[in-house]
Design a protein around this ligand. Sequence first.
Ligand code: ZN
Length: 453
Amino acid sequence: MRILLAGGTICPFDSSRSCISSGYLGIEDGRIAFVADTLPTGFSPDRTIDCRGDLILPGFVNCHTHLAEDLFKGLMEEVNFEGLFYTTLFRWEALLDPEMVYWGSMAGALDALRCGVTTIADMYHYASATAEAVAEVGIRGHIGQKILGFALERPPHQTEHGIDYNFDFSAFSAQLNAAVEFASAWAGKAGGRITTCIAPHATNTLDREMLSAIADRAAAEELSIHLHLAQMASEREAIRVREGMGCVAFLEDVGLLERPVLGAHAIFVDEGEIEILRRNHVSIAHNPVPNARDAGVVAPIDRMRDAGVTVGLGTDAFEMNLLQTARFAVLINRIHAGRPDYLPAYDALAMATIEGAKALGLGKEIGSLEAGKKADVTVFDMSRFNTQPTREPVKNLLYYGDTCNVGLVIVDGEVVFEQGRFVRVDAERVLDELRRASDRLQARIAASATGGE
Ligand SMILES: [Zn+2]
């Protein structure tokens, strides 16, 4: 299939850092054939799409998601997140089944496409169910199955002396084996759209022996790692008490940073740990919206970026609007920096595209519009009120753009979302099944609260 996008402003996010004001982008066999300001001769497209007035960008890369956590939407937004996290969330997750995770993931993946996101990096339970959804919907997924240091049925609990994590090495081992099995079974599936990793949950929900076992296994299987890193004050405190060091220093100490690592959040890190991130080439997924919403904190991404750490953007749970996340990253970090010129629109959108792709270890294949790369493309309709007049399309999109501007989404050279319609999937059916799965989960939560099932 050959597709020609004709006449739009193309911002390739390549090393030139420049845009073509009226250009042509050719796609052939799933890859970008050319990006040019004049139409090359000899390219005969099967389909030509008129993109005059549009802004054409690499598809967004969402570096940290839990698609199926959509099922808990509305239950956790105005509570003591850290308290809920240890006392309640794991108990709720124990009530999930693969079918619920499948429909939660289907809905999350469609929501992602609607927001112009072409790649998600997901870590959750029943990762095979998420991988099936990713394969079906047509999005690209970098997926890992979550590994905990305890049995989900016997989660941590609060005691008068703090949190008892209920560590259980045999329960952990079974989860590690399952996660590795998932990673090898799904790597390269869906025509190469699925890549895999392993996903230890966080630095404090596994102990030293477990993280060391993960480091050994990841090295033996040549797997990359995606985990929550220094997300919560209680996480930092637990590692300080247990190990006498910070979360990042602890990961280096157990050998985990010898593999490619994507750390989500990195809020509670000091200058020394930023240096550890840099020298170990650890990438960070910055999730400014949930960090502000759940804990009122912001990660020091200004200092990480200055140090040369690769920082992509993530939405974490419940939403997929990476454009809003990029805008929020600009605003909150500008408050933090006290400068109106900090994190320009172009740099924020680079974090949503090429920097995110690099953070996942996929920077050579996706994240920018260059000949030879996989054709993951989002076309924004800039003719709407919120983005007119469009003298500076990149600034207009970052500061004023919304999901209403997402006109066309292409993944792996295939149109998967166009003018509000999902090409591969019946969205109404997915919404029905999502609501049904959510109702079943709520019934289980209610039953478990009263002691029955
Ligand atoms: Zn998360």
